[in-house]
Design a protein around this ligand. Structure first.
Ligand SMILES: C[S@@+](CC[C@H](N)C(=O)[O-])C[C@H]1O[C@@H](n2cnc3c(N)ncnc32)[C@H](O)[C@@H]1O
Length: 222
């Protein structure tokens, strides 16, 4: 069904803008993004159709809740950005900070084209890398301060993908669902991880995994 048929949850936009505490200019940029996503969704199916009605909370606030944990980071790499979550939302929210650049790594050309258009309409300090994450990490365009990702892979795989950037000093913020404890236990078999779990404000079972550092266990001596 065409996106015109979807209904936005009443009052959700206002509540989310209040929770994020954004300026009028930032709210306008988020509106432009939401409008573009709704329009492109009809033909490009960018997010799960069932989640579009709750776009503001399920996607925009879910992404924006990372902002207080970004700290002084200026160079961000968002892995598997899809329609821009969380990377593009963070770029919009950080637009006023000097020197910020968010690198959206998304190998799907249809999604990468959408992201380029979203950057254009929002003026967000971001750029799209339509390549595989593995290739981006092999030759990053700058030293990254922070890696973000949502709905991409289990934690141990995320650490593997991020390894090259963690080694040069990046931290990571991963949005995780109810399986987070299991994923941490599994990841701890291969990694020594310094991480903090932060409750999600959009999902009672969800956690933000803040990785300060991680390195592989050395191979056991024989
Ligand atoms: C399930 S979607 C999640 C999108 C977004 N992060 C979100 O939470 O809505 C995963 C995205 O990662 C991209 N992706 C998966 N593996 C990738 C890789 N190795 N390199 C680049 N992009 C990848 C896919 O094309 C897809 O858009």
């Amino acid at each position: 069904m065409a996106a015109a048929g979807h209904r936005v949850v009443a009052g959700e936009r206002e509540g989310v803008l209040r929770e994020l505490g954004v300026s009028r200019e930032t709210a306008a940029a988020l509106d432009a993004y939401a409008e573009l996503l709704t329009r492109w969704q009809a033909v490009k199916n960018l997010v799960a159709p069932s989640t579009l009605a709750a776009l503001w909370r399920r996607h925009i606030l879910d992404s924006g809740q990372l902002l207080p944990h970004v700290g002084p980071a200026r160079a961000l790499a968002d892995f598997g950005s899809g329609a821009g979550f969380p990377g593009l939302v963070l770029a919009v929210l950080m637009a006023g900070r000097p020197g910020v650049q968010v690198h959206l790594v998304e190998s799907n050309n249809r999604k990468a084209a959408f992201l380029r258009e979203a950057i254009r309409v929002t003026g967000a300090p971001a750029e799209v890398h339509a390549v595989r994450i593995e290739d981006f990490v092999a030759r990053p365009p700058a030293t990254m301060d922070l890696v973000t990702a949502r709905a991409l892979a289990p934690l141990s795989d995320l650490l593997g993908l991020s390894e090259g950037l963690l080694k040069t000093g990046a931290r990571a913020l991963f949005l995780k669902g109810q399986d987070v404890e299991q994923e941490l236990t599994e990841a701890a078999k291969s990694w020594r991880i310094q991480a903090t779990l932060i409750p999600s404000i959009t999902d009672p079972a969800g956690r933000i995994v803040h990785v300060a550092a991680a390195e592989r266990h050395s191979a056991p001596d024989r």
